[in-house]
Ligand binder design. Structure first.
Ligand SMILES: Cc1cc2nc3c(=O)[nH]c(=O)nc-3n(C[C@H](O)[C@H](O)[C@H](O)COP(=O)(O)OP(=O)(O)OC[C@H]3O[C@@H](n4cnc5c(N)ncnc54)[C@H](O)[C@@H]3O)c2cc1C
Length: 498
């Protein structure tokens, strides 16, 4: 087989997953029908947890150099903003960056690691059997069939892979649509921001750069138009006038689009050798800017597990854990977007509810809870049932400041640049060794905490998963740490002395 994994769809999720697989030495190819990245960016927001995972792979700084950092977000456009600056993270901010830029950086990263990206090719059919998957594609020189061990559908909402895998996509159809336009608004002072709800509808205007604004409108007079009906310039201008009182000097419109609140999720994210990630697995109204972020986090969850299956070290349960770990979080995501959608109404009772909620989220704890949800900082997975219990098990791994034996201070995230497991042993104990010291999928580090940290002070040893979650942590009070560490490593990283 020329490729071990084929990814159908080279949007942000496909490119991220291609990078993850290539990093683990998997032969991977992305089949993408577009000859080049679309210049029309749906997503503009990269959230804190996504920035953390990109930091782990050394990609964050490149993205940040192209966009704007913001410490505030919103829930349903309520008057009280969400404060990300209080999150316990080195990425306690969002990044405002057009999706096309994010996609380009991820594509370059994947290519630099050896992934192949076949642009201008369309997948026509996908058939799996016991030993592999056949993908029929059409390209500039006609049709051909590729075979691989696994296929992932990163092919968006209308996913061919989801249909080929007979995976259901249950949920609700759109009950309203909104319009989007990227344009010059020459009557606005540079970098103006407008967010307004009146009986005429909702309008949100933010600067993409010094010249172009992103305009989002839910126009009460036009909210029942089908998503498939093209937005005209006249419609865009009159909706802008209806909701703001003026066309704001609208000119030089770069792009217009209509989108709705259809909300659906795939019944499962895996059927045999076929997987789904990103919009192929879930769609929802883009409230809070979460869809791409969640897809990138799925790519991070799936990549090392799929690589482990191909390299032969992954236990059988690990591949299935992709669905069991991600599905409940995406169910919660769909619910939070539906709640936000309900709040985007202009009736007197909803207006009153909005005002009550805006007051409530002035309470720091309430604000924190919603900020953690929208930014995905609250995501944790079921603790390893066979490991000794510890509050850190399954939680997100934050970027610790560590001190090495020679006194050098380092941050922990760059240690995850290679996409391997990380075994952190703390200096307060005698280092423990085992045959796993030679594992190619595990790095071992002896260090101490540079700063006291209530969550970590009692940790003897912890195993960090390649996706930046804590597989398990063993406490200093553990009677037999050696045995627990050996068992825990074999359970997660396999027995792969090579
Ligand atoms: C108005 C709006 C604003 C948004 N804002 C945000 C935001 O701020 N933050 C956020 O996180 N999310 C946001 N989103 C959601 C985000 O855009 C999507 O979740 C994201 O694009 C999903 O990425 P993906 O890679 O899964 O799918 P897509 O981006 O849809 O990529 C799928 C790719 O697959 C290709 N493809 C499909 N079928 C085939 C085939 N058969 N053969 C070959 N290629 C194929 C397509 O050409 C496409 O390039 C927004 C969405 C909208 C509508």
């Amino acid at each position: 087989m020329k490729f071990e994994v084929i990814l159908i769809g080279g949007g942000p999720v496909g490119m991220m997953l291609a990078g993850e697989l290539a990093l683990a030495g998997v032969k991977v190819c992305v089949i993408e029908r577009l000859k080049e990245t679309t210049p029309y960016s749906r997503a503009l927001t990269v959230h804190p947890r996504t920035l953390e995972i990109l930091d782990m792979r050394g990609v964050k700084s490149q993205l940040i150099s192209k966009g704007r950092l913001l410490s505030r977000g919103h829930f349903a456009g309520l008057e009280t903003p969400l404060d990300f600056s209080v999150l316990d993270s080195s990425s306690n901010h969002t990044l405002f960056l057009p999706q096309s830029e994010t996609e380009k950086v991820l594509e370059e990263w994947a290519l630099s690691l050896g992934a192949e990206v076949w642009r201008g090719f369309e997948a026509l059919s996908v058939h799996q059997d016991e030993d592999g998957v056949d993908v029929k594609i059409a390209g500039p020189h006609g049709e051909t069939t590729l075979r691989s061990a696994y296929v992932v559908g990163t092919d968006g909402a209308r996913s061919l892979v989801r249909k080929s895998a007979n995976i259901s996509f249950e949920g609700t159809d759109a009950t309203f649509t909104a319009i989007l336009g990227d344009a010059v608004l020459s009557d606005l002072a540079p970098m103006s921001v407008i967010s307004r709800i009146t009986e005429k509808g909702l309008v949100s205007i933010m600067p993409i750069n010094d010249h172009i604004y992103r305009v989002l409108i839910i126009d009460m007079e036009r909210r029942n138009i089908s998503k498939d009906e093209k937005v005209t310039l006249e419609e865009f201008r009159s909706s802008l006038i209806r909701t703001t009182g003026s066309d704001l000097g609208l000119n030089d419109v770069k792009w217009m689009s209509r989108f709705g609140n259809a909300t659906r999720q795939a019944g499962r994210y895996r059927n045999g050798r076929l997987f789904l990630a990103g919009d192929s697995a879930h769609i929802h109204f883009p409230a809070g800017g979460q869809g791409m972020n969640v897809g990138l986090q799925e790519a991070m969850n799936l990549g090392w597990k799929l690589a482990g299956a191909i390299k032969g070290w992954a236990p059988e349960w690990l591949l299935d854990s992709y669905h069991t770990e991600r599905f409940p979080w995406n169910t919660a995501l769909l619910r939070n977007t539906e709640v936000q959608t309900l709040l985007l109404d202009v009736t007197p009772s909803i207006t009153e509810l909005r005002s009550m909620l805006a007051d409530l989220i002035q309470i720091p704890e309430a604000n924190y809870q919603i900020a953690a949800q929208i930014s995905a900082m609250d995501v944790h997975y079921a603790p390893d049932a066979e490991a000794p219990s510890h509050p850190l098990n399954g939680k997100r791994f934050k970027d610790l400041r560590l001190q090495l034996k020679d006194g050098q201070l380092i941050n922990s995230y760059p240690l995850l640049n290679k996409g391997t497991f990380l075994l952190l042993q703390f200096h307060s104990n005698e280092p423990i060794s085992g045959q796993w010291e030679t594992y190619s999928n595990l790095q071992v580090l002896h260090a101490s905490l540079a700063e006291a940290d209530a969550d970590w002070n009692d940790v003897h040893t912890a195993l960090i998963r390649p996706d930046g979650h804590i597989a398990w942590a063993i406490s200093l009070s553990e009677a037999n740490p050696m045995q627990k560490i050996n068992e825990g490593i074999t359970r997660w990283c396999g027995d792969i002395t090579d």
